[in-house]
Ligand binder design. Structure first.
Ligand code: PBG
Length: 329
């Protein structure tokens, strides 16, 4: 007797393994998140995100050119807003000469073909650190959607290719799409954070932008009234379906590694491109364990990326994008 099938034959050398490999990684898979600050000559490391930086606009120019040389063709912009410009309504988000608006122009000047996606949410602009306008301890949905729509048009005017609403208010995709169409921005796309969970994995990001919900009596302590309950799976399909119906071109699942079941569900149920976000806390965990020598940094970086693709992601937003592309090229 011998085993009816010797599966190990297809694993016996790197040559045969690479021949039968089902999933591959290329620079085309990635979306690079970038953090931007006011100032000049600034490239400051984020304490809880080792080897990840905030850039002032002059150095953003250099960074973007380097990304392009490495074959990375899409960036996702986030801005750190000075405290004195924050208020409850996100007024600064609409400033035609605001940091985001200048950042879009900077990237487009540096690299005209780079795809520019912009974060659309109030939290970096909110004195309360929330993604919506607050009244009597509640997040106001429709008033917030109004600001997000104006904000999207403001980004489109500066040349953003896609706006990426990350707030989870109801009805924002429809409202943003309508606003873009009315202002003639018919070519500006929407990548919706459709299934975004109220997750503990966003901690380091909130350090990066100084955007954590503030600790005050009248302010909700968490984002659970708008971001999704991580106990839920069907809700992700409902949210995603609505966003597609309202006009989303790309949908997203966030966070990543702990939510691969959701990525696969979304991939199996819809025919639009699916993005996944390997968020700041996932990055921080891997970095911290690798620094202690407890995990092999590069191996885990590639393994987690491969897992996103295997789960069905077409696009991966990751703080590892640059390192991965350097490693595989
Ligand atoms: C906020 C926003 C967050 C992230 C992207 N957009 C944080 C939050 O919802 O509190 C998190 C990204 C990350 O952790 O890497 N609109």
């Amino acid at each position: 007797m011998y085993p009816l099938r010797r599966n190990r034959r297809l694993r016996s050398s790197e040559a045969i393994r690479s021949l039968v490999r089902e999933t591959t990684i290329t620079p085309n898979d990635f979306l690079v998140p970038l953090f931007i600050v006011e100032g000049k000559g600034i490239k400051e490391e984020i304490a809880s995100m080792p080897n990840y930086f905030r850039f002032s606009l002059d150095l953003l120019d250099k960074e973007v050119k380097e990304l392009w040389r490495l074959g990375l063709k899409a960036v996702l912009l986030f801005v750190k807003v000075p405290d004195n410009l924050k208020d409850n309504k996100g007024t600064e988000a609409l400033n035609p000469n605001g940091l985001m608006q200048r950042a879009i122009k900077t990237v487009k000047n540096a690299c005209p073909d780079m795809l520019v996606m912009t974060d659309v949410a109030l939290d970096p602009y909110s004195s309360y650190g929330h993604d919506g306008i607050i009244e009597k301890g509640k997040i106001l949905n429709d008033e917030t959607v109004g600001v997000l729509s104006e904000m999207s048009v403001s980004h489109a005017k500066e040349g953003a290719n896609f706006v990426a609403p990350s707030d989870m208010m109801d009805g924002r995709i429809l409202s943003i799409r309508e606003a873009l169409e009315e202002q003639g921005h018919t070519d500006t796309g929407i990548m919706s954070y459709s299934a975004k969970y109220a997750s503990g994995f966003y901690g380091p990001f909130r350090d990066a932008l100084d955007s954590a919900p503030v600790d005050a009596e009248e302010v909700p302590k968490n984002k659970k009234t708008y971001q999704m309950d991580y106990a839920n799976r069907l809700e992700a399909l409902r949210e995603t379906e609505m966003d597609i119906d309202e006009g989303a071109d790309i949908v997203m699942v966030k966070p990543g590694m702990a939510y691969l079941d959701i990525v696969r569900d979304v991939k199996n149920n819809f025919d639009v491109p699916v993005a996944v976000y390997q968020v700041s806390g996932e990055y921080a965990m891997i970095k911290a364990a690798a620094e202690r020598g407890w995990l092999d940094h590069n191996q885990i970086m590639i393994e987690s990326t491969m897992a996103f693709k295997r789960a069905g992601a077409d696009i991966i937003a990751s703080y590892f994008a640059k390192d991965i592309v350097k490693l595989i090229s």
